[in-house]
Each structure stands twice: as structure tokens, then as C-alpha cells.
Design a protein around this ligand. Structure first.
Ligand SMILES: [Zn+2]
Length: 485
């Protein structure tokens, strides 16, 4: 009995020291009841921090799963399409400096329910922390007419499906959303999601879930032109470079091999048009400026709230993407980084990335050899599965460990917590690994062993099985009850 008390104390200690967070959307609280959900999260998952999907139009962090429904929640097949928006209550006075009227963007999915108002008091009674997740991303951009004027433009001047970082109203808008939430609610901070990549990477399909979109790249709007000129970039040359890159991509996909091979032809194009990289860099600058804006604005509220960023999966397996940003720079404008290390779905995603890369620039290299080579560049273990088995095998818990270590070393001693995003039942293709409780246990333990300040269970509670959540709780307790290296 004494041992049990001791054990409980140690577990309480680690729970107090480490963030055991979970992403969760309004639908779960509505379907299952706030108190019931919090009971489950605390008892099974040892969860002490909620990242409530508060402003989002992207089903990555809200909504019910379309298939592979877990063992809780309510199955409503006809309502797995969500409109999205602000699941709290937006206040007009915060949107005075932007023409995007945030007060019109209340999510209609649950009527007048204000999810933060529902959850915060119950969470506080249990000493749980509450963060509002805010996401720039759209599954159905056509649903949100208020944003249309501010969408990006492609090479042909057609409007795309995401808002331009250089439109002054957009910059003000993201600040307004976060300042409204931090001022109006007793929250511990915000977690920002923005998975968008720049035009160079999009042209090559450089992420896991992308088609190759070389003819659709953005942004070439008037605001971008102004920003390009201010940064000494020849905008017309940049456009020409992207048209040539598109032609190169289409030729590659059409198996039209240049005499010098795909890689040399690509590099030749990059030397001739350095504006291609420069415009991609401009995109990254715009994206990080929005993050910096939000960081500064939230600190201005003076409630000691924290600002964190979700670092998307492509950061883990694309060396080009890794090169466009560094953890040390991100740590300067963030209190914590949620680093995606989803290992189970990571197998399928990584294989998808290698196949995309291997269909253009590296088309002369067999996919298996390209992946092995890339594994070395990325610092992955040699034991990861071969490309044809990778989806079924997933990436290993060792991958979680290594990527966590890389982030911890990357922040270079700055005060910025690293909270790896742990894959719990993230949907995959039909031939991919079905995550077991043991997988969830190993991934969580690997992140904690690596020395992370906590974990964030991802992507959302509504798609997680209770058995896997229970396995996470077991890993947290095991990590607490034995000394970690
Ligand atoms: Zn633009």
C-alpha cells in the first residue's frame, strides 16, 4: 500500500512536470459530455493539458473521423463534414484593424455553443491547462466567402484557396483572432497551426499529402510584388522561373529525360533563376512574420499566456524543407514547439514524399536507393523498413526519439519547450499499419525518454481509440516511475 502511494506521488510529480497534452475538437465535448471526456482523458491518458480546436476550417484538428470510427463518440455519417470557424465567441472590437470581420466567423456547427466557455471551468476544477488551437488551413475554401478577396493568386492571376501572408488585412486578422481569445478567456495560451509550404516546395509536391502542383503555385498578387521588390527580387524573373520550373516538372512526369539527366537540368534551372528560391524564401518570411506578430500581440495582453507553433510533418522528412527554417529561429518567437513525429502514419507519408521527389528531380534514382540516401541525410536509423514495406511497417519509435532529440538540440538552450506530437490513430490508407496500443506506448515513451518537456497527443481525440489512450497513460506512468537516461 505504501509503495502504491509512493508510486502515485511519482506519477503526480511527472504529471506536474511534463505536459501531457491532447488535441480535441468541440464535437467530442458535445457528443460525450465535458465531464465524461475529461474523466477519460485524465484517468486513461494521464492528460493534464487540453489543446481545444477553437478556430479552424480544417478537419485535421476538428470533426469526427469518416471511417475507422473508434470506440467512443457518436457516429453521424452525414455530419462528418464540418463548416468550421470560431468555436468560441468572436468579439467585434478586436477586428477593427482588418476588413476581415472575425465576428462573422462563428462556427455554425453547434449553434451558439462557446466551447471555451463550456470547457474552461471544468478543466480548471481539475487543474488542467487549456490552450486554444488556431489554424490557418481550409478544407472547403469556397465555404468562407469573407476570405475570398484575400486569397493568393497563381501565375495566371486566378485566386487560390489560402489567404496571402502579405495582405495587410490578413496579417491583422490572425493577430486579432489570437488577441481576442487571449483577452476574452482564461486560457493558458494559443497553439498555431499553419501547414502551408512555399511555391518551390509546392511545385515539387514536397509534402506528404500533396499532389505535384507546379502550375498552381502562389502567390503572385500585388502585395507579393511589393514585398518582392522591397526584398530586391525581380518579380518578373521570378514568374518566368516558376513557369520554367512548371515546364521542367511536367516534362519529368512525362518521362521526357533531359540529355544531362533530371537532377542536372533542375540545378541548371536554379542557377539561371535564383529568383525561384528567393520567392520561396519570401513566402517563409511572410509566414514567420505572422507567427512573430501573434507572439508579440499575445505578449502584449500581459496575462503570461504562451504561444506555440505546430511544426508540420514535412519538416521531418524533407531535407529541402528542413533547410528553409531552423528550430533556433522558431524558438525565438515561441514558448513551445509542437514537433510532429507521427511515426505510425509516418511510414505511408514518408514513402509518399520519396515517391514525389523520385518522380521529378531525382527521377534517375530508384526509389529504394533514394530513400536510403535520404535516411542518411535526415539522420534516421538504418533499420527503418524498405520503401515498399514502409506504409505497412510505419516508422519506428526510434524515429520519434531521434526527431525529438534533434528538436531539443535545435532550440540551442533557449527557453522553448519541445512537445512532440504523438500519432494516436491518425488515419492512413487501407494498406498501412493499424496502430496498436503497444505502438502508442512505445512512441510516447520514446519522446519522454528523449527528454521532451511533454507530448501532445494528435491529431484529435475523436479519432483515438480508448485502448491507445490507455497505453499513453501507461507510458507516462512508466516514464515517471523509473529513471530516464
Ligand atoms: Zn500574395
Amino acid at each position: 500500500m505504501k509503495m502504491m502511494n509512493q508510486e502515485r506521488k511519482t506519477v503526480e510529480k511527472i504529471k506536474a512536470q511534463k505536459v501531457i497534452g491532447i488535441q480535441i475538437g468541440a464535437e467530442s465535448f458535445m457528443d460525450e459530455g465535458v465531464e465524461q471526456v475529461l474523466d477519460i482523458l485524465q484517468e486513461k491518458g494521464a492528460v493534464n493539458t487540453l489543446y481545444v480546436s477553437t478556430f479552424t476550417y480544417d478537419r485535421g484538428i476538428h470533426g469526427r473521423p469518416g471511417r475507422n470510427f473508434p470506440d467512443h463518440g457518436i457516429r453521424k455519417p452525414d455530419t462528418d463534414r464540418y463548416h468550421g470557424g470560431n468555436y468560441a465567441t468572436p468579439h467585434a472590437e478586436f477586428y477593427k484593424n482588418t476588413r476581415i470581420k472575425g465576428e462573422r466567423l462563428k462556427a455554425p456547427d453547434f449553434g451558439n455553443v462557446d466551447i471555451l466557455k463550456e470547457v474552461i471551468p471544468a478543466a480548471r476544477r481539475r487543474r488542467m491547462k487549456v490552450y486554444a488551437s488556431v489554424q490557418d488551413g481550409f478544407n472547403y475554401p469556397e465555404d468562407v466567402t469573407d476570405f475570398r478577396e484575400f486569397y493568393e493568386e497563381n501565375l495566371d492571376g486566378r485566386k487560390g484557396g489560402a489567404m496571402c501572408f502579405y495582405a495587410p488585412d490578413v496579417r491583422e486578422f490572425w493577430k486579432a483572432v489570437c488577441v481576442d481569445l487571449c483577452t476574452s478567456y482564461d486560457i493558458d495560451g494559443v497553439l498555431l497551426f499553419n501547414e502551408r509550404g512555399g511555391p518551390f516546395l509546392n511545385a515539387l509536391g514536397a509534402s506528404h499529402n500533396q499532389s505535384i502542383q507546379s502550375s498552381q503555385v502562389t502567390c503572385f498578387c500585388e502585395h507579393h510584388q511589393k514585398a518582392a521588390e522591397a526584398n530586391g527580387i525581380d518579380f518578373e524573373r521570378a514568374k518566368e522561373g516558376y513557369r520554367k520550373l512548371d515546364a521542367f516538372v511536367q516534362d519529368s512526369l512525362g518521362n521526357n529525360r533531359p540529355a544531362d539527366g533530371y537532377y542536372v537540368a533542375f540545378e541548371r534551372l536554379m542557377f539561371a533563376y535564383p529568383e525561384v528560391y528567393a520567392l520561396n524564401r519570401l513566402f517563409d518570411l511572410g509566414k514567420s512574420r505572422i507567427l512573430a506578430d501573434v507572439y508579440e500581440a499575445v505578449k502584449g495582453v500581459k496575462k503570461n499566456q504562451q504561444v506555440g507553433f505546430h511544426i508540420e510533418h514535412v519538416n521531418s522528412f524533407n531535407p529541402f524543407y528542413r533547410a528553409t527554417r531552423g528550430y533556433a529561429d522558431m524558438a525565438k518567437i515561441a514558448d513551445f514547439l509542437k514537433v510532429v513525429v507521427y511515426n505510425n502514419c509516418g511510414g505511408e507519408r514518408y514513402a509518399g514524399f520519396v515517391r514525389n521527389a523520385g518522380s521529378i528531380i531525382f527521377r534517375d534514382v530508384p526509389h529504394e536507393e533514394l530513400m536510403r540516401f535520404n535516411n542518411y541525410l535526415l539522420g534516421y536509423a538504418e533499420k527503418e523498413a524498405s520503401i515498399n514495406e514502409l506504409a505497412a511497417a510505419g516508422l519506428s519509435p526510434d524515429y520519434v526519439y531521434r526527431e525529438t532529440r534533434r528538436a531539443l538540440e535545435g532550440v540551442q538552450g533557449q527557453r522553448c519547450d519541445v512537445l512532440p506530437g504523438i500519432d494516436i490513430n491518425i488515419p492512413t490508407g487501407r494498406n498501412s499499419r493499424v496502430q496498436s496500443p503497444e505502438d502508442a506506448y512505445e512512441a510516447t515513451l520514446a519522446a519522454l525518454k528523449a527528454g521532451a518537456q511533454g507530448v501532445i497527443l494528435s491529431r484529435k481525440y475523436s479519432e483515438m481509440t480508448l485502448a491507445n489512450l490507455e497505453a499513453v497513460g501507461r507510458a507516462v506512468r512508466d516514464a515517471a516511475s523509473r529513471p530516464l537516461p
